[in-house]
Design a protein around this ligand. Structure first.
Ligand code: ATP
Ligand code: MG
Length: 589
């Protein structure tokens, strides 16, 4: 395709409001334009990439036995009232009235619509299982739409929903989708990890996020690898289980005593004041857990995590206590500690990382005082131990005992075992073989198509621009004419035709611009292979071929006669690598 015929409005300046690389580069390389906060027009280059991502998703979903349909983006409020989410979802749900005054929403996700459909159409176990998916525009009125397509308000999602006769079959499909997702992200040419994720309010017991590895990612994850370097376990840090420490208990020293620490309330203040390391100061965080006051205790260098606390206590709701609430329960905010605590209404939970420690400092439960030389066991007894802290690199995994490594990730996909949450709320039943009426067991599976493309950029770029993985690049080849002499243009046109005949997509830069200007634009746009034709090299009978990931020095001079076959081989190789990675990823996970 000719550059001069395409709308590719590249810009030199870095847009002021774009803080992440993908946002910046998509604006600069002429992929997107903003219409309103979190709402973008996808220009031709972006649309080509999104179509490729969507097609990979489609092929793999079909291969896994799912069926594509398309539901309306707009849905009546009644369905959301039935599921209870009309009240629960909050302001992210965009609601509006039609001309008759009826309440409607623009779908942020489609559990309600699909469950209503299946309730009406499926009557018998003979019609199950079903896995139905769509690739569609979603709308979520995010509080802080930012980072361009990474967190838009309007975005493209593949959402799939499966329906089963029992839990076992729903879990089988979960595994099937998990494998399909591994193939999808590998086929997109991305480095990713599947990690265990919180099941939140849905309460199902299985959920995995697919995280594209990138330093700019919003999510922190930890993972272990086996002796062959293959991922063996991974989880979001919020719920990654930590094993009990393997060290021997420390020997308690002098008896504990109280010291004055006026106005020293934070871990940092206390540690500095007493000349101790943070891990010697106990952190006591005060929570209200299902209406009970709880003191959660961990080492001062760690953080108590609400998701883990909730799990440790088998609780439904957790929030911090206000200072006033804490005082009413007999606690002294800023000076609370587990030793010599006289607050019978307060439950104390201690993180396993505190086990066997001595020489500690904790709040003395009196304004302006701390207790020093405190030893776990001697100075306070623990009724409830828990794994309470956010996992870090270097912790031992509670699942397999291996040491965690850490990374940052961008959530591009999510698989979820839903159980009967929606089928029971909306009465989606079927008649079993034994004529008994049962609830469908469900799973749901989402992929952010536009976010996947943005994540690809976060993972693959350099100072000059994007480095698209070949399978989702807008074009495979940037063909740059160096000058517009007839010989150059003829040869370039012939090459373009030869490649296109073989299904290789070419962005033919026929502009009347200096080579330097063209090269800059192509580096920005980021197609995987660049071919330069004309000028001095053509006089030598060669064209210059460079991968976007190559340095300038790695540019290859290929004789004109061999150029078509050479580049065809390069592109086919890159695409084949991703296909092979998909098979590997599936067998590895
Ligand atoms: P997040 O935690 O990032 O807000 P989520 O967990 O709410 O996402 P899901 O409901 O699991 O998202 O949606 C499925 C997929 O849709 C996500 O994995 C992500 O790829 C994509 N997605 C969700 N919200 C957005 C958004 N605001 N912009 C772009 N993609 C999104
Ligand atoms: Mg999610």
């Amino acid at each position: 395709m000719r550059y001069t015929k395409l709308l590719i409005p590249t810009v030199k300046e870095t847009p002021a409001d774009a803080v992440v690389v993908s946002h910046r580069l998509m604006l600069r390389a002429g992929f997107i334009r903003k219409l309103a906060a979190g709402i973008y027009t996808y220009l031709p280059l972006a649309q080509r990439t999104f179509t490729k991502v969507a097609n990979i998703v489609r092929e793999e979903m079909n291969r896994a036995g799912a069926q594509e349909l398309l539901m309306p983006a707009v849905a009546p409020a009644e369905l959301w009232q039935e599921s209870g989410r009309w009240d629960q979802y909050g302001p992210e749900l965009l609601r509006f009235k039609d001309r008759k005054g009826g309440d409607f929403i623009i779908g942020p996700t489609h559990e309600e619509v699909i469950t209503a459909l299946v309730r009406d159409e499926v009557k018998s176990y003979k019609q199950l299982p079903l896995n139905l998916y769509q690739i569609q525009t979603k709308f979520r009125d995010e509080v802080r739409p930012r980072f361009g397509l990474m967190r838009g308000r309007e975005f493209t999602m593949k959402d799939a929903y499966s329906f089963h006769v029992d839990n076992a079959d729903a879990h089988r499909e979960y595994d099937n989708m998990y494998a399909a997702y591994c193939r999808i992200f590998a086929r997109c040419g991305l480095r990713f990890r599947a990690v265990e994720a919180d099941t939140g309010s849905i309460g199902g017991n299985r959920s995995h996020e697919f995280q594209v590895l990138a330093d700019s990612g919003e999510d922190a994850i930890v993972f272990t690898v086996d002796d062959k370097g293959r991922p063996s376990y991974g989880a979001n840090v919020e719920l990654a289980p930590i094993a009990r420490p393997e060290r021997a208990p420390e020997t308690p020293g002098q008896p504990a005593c109280v010291v004055e620490t006026p106005h020293k309330k934070t871990i940092d203040d206390v540690a500095k004041f007493l000349g101790l390391a943070h891990d010697r100061v106990l952190k006591a965080v005060l929570f209200l857990v299902d209406n009970n006051a709880v003191m959660a205790v961990c080492r001062g260098d760690r953080d108590v995590n609400e998701i883990k606390l909730k799990k440790a206590l088998g609780a439904k709701q957790v929030r911090l206590l206000t200072d006033d609430e804490a005082r009413r329960k007999g606690l002294v905010p800023g000076y609370a500690g587990p030793a010599a605590l006289d607050a019978p209404e307060v439950t104390v939970v201690v993180d396993i990382g505190v086990q066997g420690l001595a020489g500690l400092v904790c709040g003395a439960n009196k304004e302006g005082e701390h207790r020093v030389q405190v030893a776990e066991g001697r100075d306070f007894a623990v009724a409830i131990w828990g794994d309470l802290t956010t996992a870090q690199k270097g912790d031992r995994c509670g699942k397999n005992g291996d040491v965690y490594d850490a990374a940052r990730g961008i959530e591009v996909g999510h698989v979820f075992f839903l159980g009967t949450k929606y089928s029971s709320a909306m009465k989606a039943t079927f008649q079993g073989e034994d004529k008994v009426e049962r609830l469908c067991v469900m799973g749901c599976y989402g992929i952010g198509v536009t976010r996947t493309a943005a994540a690809a950029i976060e993972q693959n770029h350099d100072d000059d621009g994007i480095r698209w993985p070949a399978p989702i690049a807008p074009f495979h080849v940037s063909l740059v004419a160096l000058g517009n002499e007839a010989e150059t243009m003829d040869l370039a046109s012939k090459m373009e035709g030869a490649w296109e005949a073989q299904g290789i997509e070419v962005l033919f830069d026929d502009r009347d611009e200096r080579p330097g200007v063209k090269f800059k634009d192509h580096d920005l746009i980021g197609c995987p292979v660049r071919v330069a034709v004309g000028g001095k090299s053509l006089k030598e009978g060669v064209v210059e071929v460079k991968l976007r990931t190559d340095t300038k020095e790695q540019t290859k001079k290929v004789p004109v006669a061999e150029a078509v076959a050479f580049v065809t081989g390069l592109v086919s190789g890159l695409l084949a690598d991703a296909k092979r990675a998909a098979d590997e990823a599936e067998s590895r996970h």
